[in-house]
Write a protein that binds this ligand. Structure first.
Ligand SMILES: [Zn+2]
Ligand SMILES: [Zn+2]
Length: 387
């Protein structure tokens, strides 16, 4: 069996399932085949034993959703003929710990160095003897942090300083890991590939190079400040421009502000989750601001112009005569700035405030008023279903 065949081995076919089979289908297919092909049930049958091995191997990958995903992606890449697009993203977990093959042979000079490194990093980094030390230079991790804004700042946009303690490129060696004035040299044992091959039986095995621990380079004089890793924990203060109108719970992405990559690889991204403190006056409904405006009964009956706050100064709100309690009045353009320009509205809900302490004059006047209201024919419960 050639290596190419080996890589292109169809685990789905081995189990007799389609490539979109559910995990349950895979489990069932494996159980049946394992029972039928088990060496105890087929003593001396070499073909059955081969099949049994193949089925076990296929099951080891396909029964683990993470490994299966990686296998699917790898196959897709092989099918599309290369790694150019960088579509292979190790790090999802799982891996081919039980499988080894020689990708170097397969791709000859065709595959780009970076793509190959990524792929092998993904395959070798699992089940992992070496952990991250065995990977080639790799983009730094994404970092998550959070910040809390005042309501009005969130609506209007604000620049906030964030203090972050995270790995960053070493300032002494600029991330190379080598003592300032020196530089890492290409590993002579693996020629900088980080990978060595050896043959065993039918297969070629690839392994991370021991001399350089898979990094492809050797540092003779490690930087004293970062012990050769190229990374230091640093507290940084960065300023983050939070766009106007951001909602509570939103995430802001700052490209390249995450963890530094090992030995000069690109940094990860920083994700800032933004929390917004409630405001005493304003609420929010999408792009609209909301506000509850206390009014008197008389103002609703007779109409009035009332001063209401907005985020930039006060405006006079006209309450039409005969406005019902609880009605929502709209002040156009005084809401939350929209992404594409313009703003939402300010929605003002009128709410009658009932006086608790009226002087005698007011009480007398109210009695006279109620009487007059009745004689003018007003019945608050007219048309009410409970009347
Ligand atoms: Zn350093
Ligand atoms: Zn090496």
């Amino acid at each position: 069996m050639s290596q190419r065949e080996w890589i292109e081995k169809d685990f789905y076919k081995d189990l007799g399932v389609s490539s979109d089979a559910s995990q349950d289908d895979i489990k069932k297919a494996y159980r049946k085949l394992a029972r039928d092909l088990h060496p105890d049930a087929n003593p001396g049958d070499a073909a059955a034993e081969e099949r049994f091995k193949a089925v076990s191997e296929a099951n080891a990958i396909l029964s683990d959703p993470a490994k299966r995903k990686e296998y699917d992606e790898t196959r897709r890449l092989f099918a599309s003929g290369g790694f150019g697009g960088g579509g292979f993203h190790p790090g999802a977990g799982g891996g081919f710990t039980s499988t080894n093959f020689d990708i170097g042979d397969l791709f000859g000079g065709g595959a780009s160095d970076a793509g190959l490194g990524d792929l092998l990093g993904g395959l070798f980094n699992r089940g992992g003897a070496g952990g991250t030390a065995r990977t080639r230079p790799r983009r730094g991790s994404d970092v998550e942090t959070e910040t809390t804004l005042d309501f009005r700042d969130a609506v209007q946009g604000v620049t906030v300083p964030l203090r972050l303690t995270s790995p960053a490129p070493c300032t002494s060696c600029h991330g190379s890991g080598a003592e300032p004035g020196t530089s890492p040299r290409v590993c002579p044992y693996c020629n900088g590939s980080g990978i060595v091959s050896r043959n065993q039986g039918a297969f070629g095995f690839s392994e991370p190079c021991d001399d350089c621990r898979g990094t492809g380079s050797i540092i003779d004089n490690p930087c004293g400040d970062c012990r050769g890793t190229g990374i230091q924990n640093r507290t940084r203060t960065i300023t983050v421009r939070v766009p106007a109108g951001i909602k509570d719970g939103s995430k802001v992405r700052l490209a390249g502000q995450g963890e530094a990559g090992l030995r000069g690889a690109p940094s990860g991204d920083l994700f800032v989750t933004v929390h917004v403190r409630p405001d005493k006056v304003f609420g929010r409904d999408g792009d609209d601001l909301t506000l509850v405006l206390p009014v008197s009964y008389g103002e609703l009956v007779l109409g009035a112009t009332v001063s209401v706050p907005t985020l930039d100064g006060r405006v006079g709100l006209k309450i039409p005569a005969g406005t019902a309690d609880g009605r929502v009045l709209r002040v156009r353009g005084r809401g939350v700035p929209k992404r594409g320009g313009g703003s939402g509205d300010l929605l003002v809900t009128v709410k009658v405030a009932i006086p608790q302490h009226l002087d005698d004059q007011a009480v007398d006047a109210l009695r006279i008023f109620l009487h007059a209201e009745q004689t003018s024919g007003f019945d608050p419960r007219e048309g009410w279903a409970g009347a």
